[in-house]
Design a protein around this ligand. Structure first.
Ligand SMILES: Cc1cc2nc3c(=O)[nH]c(=O)nc-3n(C[C@H](O)[C@H](O)[C@H](O)COP(=O)(O)O)c2cc1C
Length: 461
């Protein structure tokens, strides 16, 4: 069989992900795995029609397609996302129809699920026959049990193609016919006081988004700045070169305006609004380029303490995966998510009122420096980074290691001597049946609230 492998790594052949494909190829010599370096060659693929159509004709004549990609900032690399946009923009969806497909991703398992969900949903939109995913830690090839399972996964994939199995759909098509939003209600202006508000958008082509932005800007008595990513000189997308690992210095430093913009506009703002239009289940590839290029801050939160809101035109509420990506991004950054405002309402008046409440809350929460605690999204994500930076990837991410020490990210439970001693004593005591019975029957519940009640009762706290 001939299988087309769409490589999502900007590093092309020097890619971790592709080593897993080479391994599968070595074990299944009877099949041809044709690797196409999508992310690395996106400029050529986009500009040269022949290059694009040769990929599409490879896909058409193939028996299956493997999406092989590394995780890049919660999902796939911006160039891979651009390729997906091109599939829809150039109406070549048919080439993918009913092709058997699987996902192989590599990462450090930080939001691998959101990348997989995204590609799975694109496969379903393309009417492909989606078999399964296999999410690898980047060094999993060194582990025998995982190698064995990888081969079982590949075998199942080839077998499913040969036997033309019936596949399951995981995602319903998106249905979205937004109203045409025209601001109707004039609210009292809100004073931004001394707060620096910045709106970042990727385009002003969409009328609903443009009108929402205008209404938002007009909510305030002072001018708020709007930056269009299209106006920022970005020489290219993230190369995955890891030069930033040493001291946050990017390969593009002094070569384009992105880092200046990020450091001088975003990092100095109190309130940031990310505004965009959903395209094919994600924000645009321009937005993704922004998120990827922001990786020059590596794994160190760079927007801590800010109030953040998202203003989105599109069916965000039908794409919980995207909502989770955006929420997780803010939690990981240490920002406070104030909310999402979209054009998914029945009337312009509803959007007007939502926008007014949104503007009001942004200023109010910024004034009191409010910050809600992270949920599983932020806490679990940070624990993955903590362990990786402490261990496997401290080199090359030296800057993260220094920052994590300063920010007390290394909060391993091993250091909690008090609870370690208490645990040892209680474990020992519970070996005696009488004491065990007393503890589990009568003591556990009161002991769980002991320290809390002290605080509640303490008038000085
Ligand atoms: C810019 C950048 C962003 C990354 N983002 C993530 C991420 O969000 N989650 C994750 O688990 N790993 C992330 N990684 C790690 C890569 O996914 C991992 O190293 C992968 O194996 C690289 O594969 P490749 O060599 O095929 O590009 C990121 C790496 C880079 C350079």
């Amino acid at each position: 069989m001939k299988i087309v492998v769409l490589n999502g790594s900007p590093k092309g052949n020097i890619s971790v992900t592709i080593q897993y494909i080479h391994y599968i190829q070595k074990k299944f010599k009877q099949h041809e795995l044709k690797i196409i370096n999508i992310s690395q060659k996106i400029n050529q693929i986009e500009k040269n029609a022949e290059a694009f159509h040769s990929i599409i004709s490879d896909i058409k004549s193939s028996d299956g397609v493997i999406w092989a990609f590394p995780l890049y900032v919660f999902t796939v690399h911006s160039n891979y996302l651009r390729f997906i946009e091109l599939i829809f923009e150039r109406n070549v969806e048919d080439a993918f129809k009913e092709k058997y497909t699987s996902i192989i991703s590599t990462s450090i398992h930080f939001y691998d699920h959101t990348a997989i969900n995204y590609i799975n949903s694109i496969c379903d939109d393309l009417n492909m026959n989606y078999i399964d995913y296999f999410s690898l830690h980047m060094y999993d090839l060194e582990k025998e049990d995982i190698r064995k399972n990888l081969l079982k996964f590949a075998n199942n994939y080839f077998d499913s193609i040969e036997n033309e199995v019936i596949t399951l759909k995981n995602y319903r098509p998106i249905k979205h016919s937004p109203i045409s939003y025209i601001p109707k209600i004039t609210h009292n202006k809100i004073n931004v006081l001394n707060k620096k508000v910045i709106i970042v958008t990727d385009s002003l082509d969409n009328n609903n988004l443009k009108n929402m932005l205008n209404k938002f800007k007009n909510s305030f008595s002072q001018n708020v700045e709007l930056v269009n990513l299209q106006d920022i000189d970005m020489k290219g997308s993230c190369l995955g070169c890891l030069k930033c690992g040493y001291n946050y210095e990017c390969i593009y430093t002094d070569k384009d305006d992105f880092i200046n913009f990020y450091n001088n506009k975003l990092k100095t703002a109190d309130i940031i609004i990310f505004a965009g239009t959903i395209k094919y289940r994600h924000l645009s590839s321009t937005w993704k380029k922004f998120f990827d290029r922001g990786f020059f801050n590596t794994h160190t939160p760079s927007l801590s303490g800010k109030q953040v809101g998202f203003m989105i035109s599109g069916a965000l509420n039908q794409i919980p995966n995207l909502k989770q990506i955006l929420e997780s991004y803010t939690q990981w950054q240490g920002s406070n998510l104030v909310g999402f405002i979209t054009d998914e309402y029945d009337t312009s008046e509803e959007i007007d009122n939502q926008l007014h409440a949104f503007s009001y809350n942004l200023i109010k929460l910024s004034n009191v420096n409010y910050h809600k605690p992270a949920t599983f999204l932020g806490i679990a994500g940070m624990k993955i980074f903590r362990d990786e930076i402490w261990g496997n990837i401290r080199f090359p991410f030296i800057a993260d290691h220094k920052a994590y020490k300063a920010l007390r990210v290394y909060d391993f439970p091993q250091k909690n001597y008090k609870s370690r001693i208490t645990n040892s004593i209680l474990i020992l005591m519970s070996k005696l049946p009488y004491i065990r019975n007393e503890i589990y029957s009568n003591r556990i519940k009161p002991s769980l609230i002991e320290s809390l009640t002290k605080i509640v009762e303490d008038e000085t706290v």
